[in-house]
Write a protein that binds this ligand. Structure first.
Ligand code: FES
Length: 165
């Protein structure tokens, strides 16, 4: 478990949001997937205590839930940053210096692929082609796309999001 996850785990997870989600879906057939999706929307990931709560209230084994969570890449068992910085590592971006962009992110925020800053503000992800090869090298921060990235532009983007809440 990462340091960030350990730290978050030490803090109590408020289960109110998860209980509200379960209340909404509990009578629905096949409730598990929508419950997991909605719980992730509430917390940004699936905290371990919510797995046990869901298991108890939906009458399924925790192992079944972990099976679903590990099968579907959309679910995250560890906390993630508010801003997900995706660095495209596809061929076009690679050729145009994606490695340098990833290195800059690592140097400035101390996070590599699938790592999250301690303040839970940023998570880095190295991803395959995101379909904007004409603007290579490309990054995304949540839903915003930034193309023709340079080290200087990377610093500007990082500074912009650091300044935001
Ligand atoms: S290779 Fe990066 S957008 Fe296609």
């Amino acid at each position: 478990m990462s340091e960030v996850a350990e730290k978050v785990k030490e803090e109590e997870v408020d289960l109110t949001g998860a209980n509200e989600v379960i209340d909404k879906y509990i009578d629905m057939k096949g409730a598990l997937m929508p419950v997991l999706q909605a719980v992730q929307d509430v917390y940004g990931y699936i905290p371990e205590p919510t797995v046990h709560l869901i298991a108890e209230r939906l009458n399924v084994y925790p192992s079944q839930i972990y099976g679903v969570l590990t099968f579907y890449a959309q679910f995250h068992l560890e906390p993630r940053g508010k801003y997900i910085v995706r660095v495209c590592m596809g061929t076009a971006c690679h050729v145009k210096g994606a490695g340098r962009i990833a290195d800059t992110l690592k140097d400035r925020l101390k996070i590599g692929h699938a790592e999250t800053t301690e303040d839970l503000k940023f998570t880095a992800e190295y991803v395959a082609c995101i379909g904007a090869c004409g603007m290579a090298p490309v990054i995304m921060v949540n839903d915003a796309t930034y193309g023709s990235m340079t080290v200087q532009k990377m610093d500007e983007v990082i500074a912009k999001y650091k300044a935001m809440d």
